[in-house]
Design a protein around this ligand. Structure first.
Ligand code: GLU
Length: 429
């Protein structure tokens, strides 16, 4: 079926399960192999708190428009909640719930003292002027004040947001309480308490995981490995760059309009410069222009889906050529696609491990902010690598011990940490 979407694009609809359905299916699959108390299993299936807001924003032409947003705290069992805020036309409560749950597992997997949260506003940020974006962000931040705080819930960037939005949120919160609170958000610009290496952290973590996976498969010749990256936002563009810097052959990249393919490898710095100047990959010389679907099934050894949820599906999974998938995005693979790829012998390094570099450096930023003592980039990268490699090792160990795929293993490690914390804390009252 072909439908016309709100913003005019046409899309072929297939029955893709909702993000929250996918998150729950993954959870049920993991807990079915674990020996944990039934009450804990039921408790952790539910988001702890869900906050919905509808708020006005003054457009540049003077008119007022209403926007809807959410903030979901999935779990506070292991600490304050942590997770990004996204601006996108796909935002729904269901999606934010799924993303919050994944944050709980992600933080637990890399052993950060946080529970999971996520926020979102239903808006295409490209349709807002800078002033409109600032007013929308400040008003949404003001609406969130009852539920966020540096010891309570610490937002960060996600799809459609970045350091500038974090600066506005930090300022709005600080103006409200009457003093500067840098630790209210992470992913801030450097000059107001951001961390070295935060922008690049998720992409860097993805490539650390890719290299760990290849090393364990006995691959040592990076130049012989063809990498395709779907998505050229904060995660995809930095992942492509680190892969390129480490001599991998990045054969394909894409953004929302489609992608580029060159079997001999793309000049990633040139692609980044082109993207910066033109805000699209279309028209870049020296590569074939392909669709996003063609990228997913393109000739490559490693596929890095770094765009959004539900990209690897029952329909395209059988045609995927990569033997290794490293998930830069949250929830890019449906459970049906998971089954197909596992059956095909494809290794999937799951999102909660592969893209945990972002929240890990967010944690470093929060710690630096609370201590008012800042690290240099080398220190950030060293500690990030240690954490990622350790978590990878724990997941690999669980794969061996339980004979399960990496996603199930990663969820098992994470869920066990949260369930253990819940058991020792007990149920209140
Ligand atoms: N939005 C990022 C994620 O999905 C980062 C969250 C954070 O740094 O708190 O992991």
């Amino acid at each position: 079926m072909v439908v016309t979407l709100q913003h005019g694009h046409q899309a072929t609809m297939e029955q893709i399960p909702s993000a929250y359905e996918t998150a729950l299916r993954q959870y049920d699959r993991a807990v079915s192999r674990m020996d944990i108390d039934d009450n804990a299993v039921e408790y952790l299936r539910w988001p702890q708190r869900e906050f919905s807001v509808n708020f006005p924003v003054r457009r540049d032409n003077g008119s007022i428009e209403m926007f809807s947003g959410y903030r979901v705290h999935h779990s506070t069992v292991r600490g304050p909640t942590k997770g990004g805020i996204r601006y996108s036309l796909n935002v729904t409560l269901d999606e934010v719930r799924a993303l919050a749950m994944w944050m709980t597992w992600k933080c637990a997997l890399v052993n950060l003292p946080y529970g999971g949260a996520k926020g979102g506003v239903l808006v295409d940020p490209k349709t807002l002027s800078l002033g409109e974006k600032e007013r929308l962000t400040r008003r949404y931040a003001a609406e969130l004040i009852p539920v966020i705080g540096p010891q309570k819930d610490i937002p960060a960037p996600d799809m459609g947001t970045g350091p500038q939005e974090m600066a506005w949120i930090m300022d709005t919160y600080s103006m409200t309480v009457g003093y500067s609170v840098p630790a209210i958000v992470t992913g801030k610009p450097l000059n107001i308490g951001g961390s070295e290496g935060r922008n690049e952290a998720t992409g860097r973590g993805v490539i650390i995981c890719m290299m760990e996976a290849l090393k364990r498969q006995g691959v040592h010749n990076n130049a012989g490995i063809k990498v395709a990256v779907q998505g050229f936002g904060n995660v995809g563009s930095h992942a492509a760059e680190y892969a390129w810097e480490n001599d991998f052959r990045v054969v394909a990249v894409s953004d929302i309009d489609g992608g580029l393919y060159n079997a001999d490898g793309l000049d990633i710095p040139a692609v980044r410069a082109y993207m910066k100047a033109n805000r699209t990959l279309k028209g870049f010389q020296g590569a074939d222009f392909i669709t996003n679907d063609e990228l997913i099934t393109s000739q490559c050894d490693v596929l890095i889906p770094a765009a959004m949820e539900g990209q690897l599906t029952e329909r395209n999974a059988p045609h995927i050529k990569a033997k290794l998938v490293v998930e830069g995005a949250n929830g890019p693979t449906t459970t049906d696609a998971d089954d197909i790829l596992n059956e095909m012998g494809v290794t999937i390094v799951p999102d909660i491990l592969a893209n945990a570099g972002g929240v890990t450096v967010s944690y470093f930023e929060w710690v630096q902010g609370l201590n008012s003592f800042f690290w240099d980039e080398a220190e950030v990268v060293r500690q990030l690598s240690n954490i990622m490699v350790k978590a990878y090792g724990e997941v690999a160990h669980m794969v061996e011990e339980q004979r399960v795929d990496m996603r199930t293993a990663a969820q098992m490690v994470a869920i066990k940490r949260v369930a253990d914390a819940l058991t020792i804390r007990g149920i209140y009252p």
